[in-house]
Design a protein around this ligand. Sequence first.
Ligand SMILES: [Ca+2]
Length: 136
Amino acid sequence: MKKSLFVAARMLTVLVVVAAIMAPAPATASPASPDALADCPNNSLCLWEHVQWGGTLGAYNKKPDGQCYSMGVLNNQTSSLYNRTSTHLYAYNAGNCTGDFLDFGPFGASADLTYQYIFWPTTTWNDKISSFKWVS
Ligand SMILES: [Ca+2]
């Protein structure tokens, strides 16, 4: 009697393990959510605190071409971005559109700025953007 109970318990354990393996991955392990990218309003620049459109989102309406915008809350924190405009965007690693810049084409995006280099292989664009402007 005790042995059959033990076997039943083991079978139940196996079932639980199989169920756990078959269960969908938790949300935190999922790839980029297209819904998060779609959160970016049309004709805006969107910057996210984390890679893959995660964390705090800063959205800036399109400015006139050539007008520099120095960043507020996400200064030196941006890890992914989406230039949801039909105009080139230059993102700079210093204020007032100075320093090095990264050029994003119309509707250009980077899901992970840790793969964009200022100086390969030591310095990436992750948490470096401080200002930007659109340039046509
Ligand atoms: Ca960041």
